[in-house]
Design a protein around this ligand. Structure first.
Ligand SMILES: Cc1ncc(C[n+]2csc(CCOP(=O)(O)OP(=O)(O)O)c2C)c(N)n1
Ligand SMILES: [Mg+2]
Length: 908
């Protein structure tokens, strides 16, 4: 009966558009409906639904055009009142705790802006999300989870809405985990006392924050891939399975970021029932309403439901329940359906009278429904996201739901409780940082806070006594859930990484066989995967270019991770290297999503903290589609103290040749240099790769350093020489001498990546045709050389009385003379990074400008980085220094084929 009653209510309320505008035979319609009602009553709702589906299918196969299925449910709570579970906590105490947290969160921002106008901060967002947070803190977010062996695993993962951070701090303050000084120094991190970072930044608060979230859109995608990675760790038996959850608290405005919704089908495809999104639908973003003319909640519901998610709407607080019960004719719902978000915002931005007149007053039946309610009672009709019972029930459902991820769409009010000056429900809410005295006092009254008027006006912090029921309750709840939250684990299970000899294949050269550095890298990876100690920790991540990089042998060797195993026989199963998918597969073959792959890299690169297991991710991608596409994710990765190897394959603006302007990368090394913890390398040879990877593994996984690596990997084949004796130090620090000339060098030729070969060719031309001896150097990292020099220079600057120290680049080059000609397949600014320490000796040749499709030979001539251009640059410079005949230099330009009058390639 209940199901039927519900359905009736829905039918009346929704009034779906009829197939034909008029009912030609009402009697027949009534008979059908009656027959169907009978089945619903006497058999089961399932049977009734089945018949409808069968009829629909029959109609479709008969070629009838039916209205498209709706992915929306009515504008009410998904969970019916009669299905609600009682609240497991003490609502009154929790309300008091929440009020204190609200107050201190607001006070934190208001105080800061009083003493330091312009320091910023947000009050309206936490005001809207407080109940959503508190129900989580009191009843859901677990700090540790015991696994089957009884060992503790870090608990649930919560991606907090970044700019709601004052509320999270405020709770930790009440818990006694943050000091008064700390909260007084919110957004003041550089004073004597420690302060609190503006937003969740593990880099700045490594014991506290786990996930950087404040850049809109990153939390959603990272949370999805985190939930998937959790399954990967479980399926590969690297951690025991638990019922731990990944919660992501997101803004409704934030959902407009393409990253927010871009991978929601992955979550449903992977059946990530460990993933819960909570979207704080306060209907506003920064400037104004998210969907003034529409309904963001309905839009999100349809999108998520269509993508296969379990959707729970929490729209109306319990005060509305009796009104719904009275609403036999469905007028209340009809009114709710017809209002757009802009109107909902106005109802709250004004006062009760307006709400009564404009919302309820639209229909006499509605006005009648609330006629005996006072303005105060009407004003107190809450939105679902402000009602702990409604929120608890949604969380509980989400927690228990199996087979699908859940999204909770919680309707709230931005700036809830802050009053007009705090911007409650108003367009300016987001920017509001101050409350006038009147609103401060009102705040304490509205939330029953025992704060004197004087203290209220000064926005003073308030803490209830240690032995108050609130504080006792607060601690007790957290004890029950395993400890305080958030916290971040800083310990990791460090591993013994392989010694350099492990890489002997790369160190001894290729015996004349022509291989690219990408191939050399794949061999390194293959061998690491076989290693007993580190092998299982390696996570190869690829966005659909494995074949481009010659990695297909790994498919068979370690398998592609597929949570369902392989449900088909691959067409190439008769081949040795077939496309093997398996439940414990090791490769994350992500398909064409660089952003998604970066999120997998993030989950793996922070697993040491989040799962207590050091994982060693190698994310190999098309270099052009790396940093410039997903740079913000890389920034967040660095903030999260991520470790791992980013490998930009098909590197170089001329080494990748036929692909042209959109593909040929000449600037990733510039972009990678901007991430403070990223070490950027541009290796030329297999042994350089081996030395860099060995060193990187040791630093990250054995010595616990929070750094990561960017390697440029090229696809040009050439013979790989054995490592010259003693080159390791220079490879790591950034430069070493590769081949000395026959006599005293007049100039020095620097090369990076495949340009080392051009430098070597130039060395021969200069010696044979111009009788000029030069030394050739391989520069593996201009960026590391620069960073070292900057550090030394700073030290010297700050210690003027101490003997001067020498940067590595000066130590290496000070005994040399003559110009230095650097050739790179990247922009000139890459070598230019070390110019300040070379007394004007450096001439950079690089690939500034748009790429072109052509062969390497033509491209390198075009960008003037080939051997001929290196020779020309050397002669030209020597001529200007009076060390080479000027006329001969001019003639050399012609002999070498330089296009002296052509347009500058940087402008072409
Ligand atoms: C990528 C990015 N763009 C812009 C911003 C600036 N910004 C911070 S909060 C905000 C509005 C957020 O609105 P919503 O997601 O609805 O959150 P609410 O505060 O309403 O809960 C904006 C635009 C940002 N943090 N990240
Ligand atoms: Mg919003």
């Amino acid at each position: 009966m209940q199901a039927k009653a519900q359905l009736e209510q829905q039918i009346i309320a929704k009034q779906p558009a009829p197939l034909h505008s008029s009912d030609g035979d009402p009697q027949e319609t009534a008979e059908w409906l009656e027959a169907w009602d009978q089945i619903l009553d006497e058999e089961s709702p399932q049977r009734a639904a089945y018949l409808l589906t069968a009829l629909t299918e029959r109609a479709r196969s008969a070629g009838l055009e039916l209205p498209p299925p709706s992915f929306n449910t009515p504008y009410w709570n998904t969970i019916r009142v009669e299905d609600e579970l009682p609240y497991p906590g003490d609502l009154e105490i929790e309300r008091r705790i929440k009020s204190v947290i609200r107050w201190n969160a607001m006070a934190m921002v208001v105080q800061q802006n009083k003493k330091d106008a312009g320091i910023g901060g947000h009050i309206a967002t936490y005001a809207s999300i407080a109940t959503l947070m508190e129900v989580g803190f009191n009843h859901f977010f677990r700090a540790t989870i015991k696994d089957q062996e009884g060992a503790n695993q870090p608990g649930d993962f919560v991606y907090f809405q970044g700019h709601a951070s004052p509320g999270i701090y405020s709770r930790a303050f009440l818990e006694g985990r943050l000091s008064l000084k700390q909260v007084e120094n919110f957004r003041h991190e550089l004073r004597e006392e420690p302060g609190l970072s503006s937003y969740p930044h593990p880099w700045l608060m490594p014991d506290f924050w786990r996930f950087p979230t404040v850049s809109m859109g990153l939390a959603s995608l990272n949370a999805i891939y985190q939930a998937r990675f959790m399954r990967y760790m479980e399926n590969r038996e690297l951690v025991a399975p638990t019922d731990r959850k990944v919660w992501a608290f997101l803004g409704d405005g934030e959902m407009d970021e393409p990253e927010s919704m871009g991978s929601i089908t992955l979550a449903s495809r992977e059946r990530l029932d460990n993933l819960i999104f909570v979207i704080n639908c306060n209907l506003q973003r920064l400037d104004g309403p998210v969907r003034g003319n529409g309904k963001v909640i309905q839009e999100l519901e349809a999108a998520f439901r269509g993508a296969g998610w379990n959707v729970l709407k929490v729209l109306w607080g319990r005060g509305w329940d009796p009104l719904f019960a009275k609403d036999r004719a469905g007028i209340l719902l009809k009114r709710m359906e017809e209002c757009v978000d802009g109107e909902y915002q106005s109802f709250r931005a004004k006062e009760a009278k307006f709400l009564r007149e404009q919302f309820f007053g639209r229909y006499p039946e509605l006005a009648e429904m609330v006629a005996d309610m006072s303005d105060e009672e009407i004003w107190d009709l809450r939105r679902g996201g402000h009602d702990s019972i409604k929120v608890y029930n949604a969380y509980r459902r989400a927690f228990e739901h199996k087979g699908q991820p859940t999204v909770i769409l919680a309707k709230t009010i931005k700036g809830y409780g802050l009053g007009p000056s705090g911007g409650e429900g108003r367009n300016l809410a987001h920017q509001s940082k101050k409350l006038d005295e009147n609103d401060l006092v009102n705040f304490t009254q509205r939330f029953n806070l025992p704060i004197s008027e004087e203290d209220a006006k000064a926005a003073k912090f308030y803490l209830p006594p240690e032995n108050s029921p609130e504080v006792i309750y607060l601690h007790e709840r957290r004890r029950e859930l395993g400890g305080y939250y958030p916290t971040r684990e800083t310990k990791s299970d460090l591993v013994e990484t392989p010694p350099l000899e492990f890489f002997k294949e790369q160190l001894s050269g290729s015996d004349g066989r022509e291989v690219s550095t990408t191939m050399a890298f794949v061999r390194v990876l293959t061998n690491l995967l076989k290693d007993k100690t580190v092998g299982k920790r390696v996570v190869p991540i690829i966005p659909d270019e494995a074949r481009t990089f010659g990695m297909e042998s790994l498919f068979r060797q370690v398998g592609i991770y597929a949570s369902q195993g392989q449900l088909y026989q691959p067409h190439d199963s008769d081949m040795f290297l077939y496309y093997k998918e398996s439940k414990d597969g090791q490769i994350l073959e992500e398909g064409i999503t660089e952003a998604g792959s970066m999120c997998s890299f993030t989950a793996a690169g922070t697993a040491y903290s989040n799962y207590g297991v050091e994982m060693i991710p190698f994310y190999i991608f098309y270099s052009m589609f790396g940093f410039q596409r997903i740079g913000d994710f890389v920034w967040a990765f660095a903030d999260a103290r991520g470790r791992g190897f980013l490998c930009g394959a098909t590197a170089g603006r001329t080494t990748l040749n036929g692909e042209g302007l959109q593909h040929q990368d000449g600037h990733s090394l510039v972009l990678s240099s901007t991430a403070p913890t990223c070490l950027s390398y541009d290796p030329a040879f297999a042994y350089e790769i081996a030395v860099i990877i060995q060193n990187g593994m040791r630093r990250m996984y054995q010595e616990d350093e929070d750094v990561f690596y960017y390697l440029a990997l090229y696809n040009e084949n050439y013979a790989q020489p054995p490592m010259p004796e003693g080159a390791e130090e220079g490879i790591i620090k950034g430069v070493y001498k590769l081949r000395a000339g026959e006599g005293k060098p007049k100039a020095h030729l620097w090369g990076s990546g495949p340009m080392v070969n051009e430098a070597l060719r130039a060395q021969r031309i200069l010696a044979e045709q111009y009788n000029i001896q030069t030394d050739v150097w391989s520069v593996t990292s201009y960026n590391e050389l620069r960073r070292d020099a900057l550090r030394v220079e700073r030290w010297n600057r700050l210690h003027p009385a101490e003997p001067e120290r020498l940067p590595y680049i000066i130590q290496v080059m000070r005994e040399t003379e003559g110009p230095i000609i650097a050739s790179t397949d990247y922009m000139k600014i890459v070598p230019d990074q070390v110019a300040p320490w070379l007394n004007g000796r450096l001439i950079s040749l690089g690939t500034d400008g748009f790429g072109r499709s052509d062969s390497r030979e033509y491209l390198r001539a075009h960008f003037e980085i080939d051997a001929e251009s290196i020779v020309a640059a050397t002669l030209s410079r020597l001529a200007r220094e009076g060390k080479f005949n000027v006329k001969k230099a001019a003639q050399a330009m012609i002999d070498l084929g330089l296009r002296t009058e052509a347009i500058d390639p940087s402008l072409a």
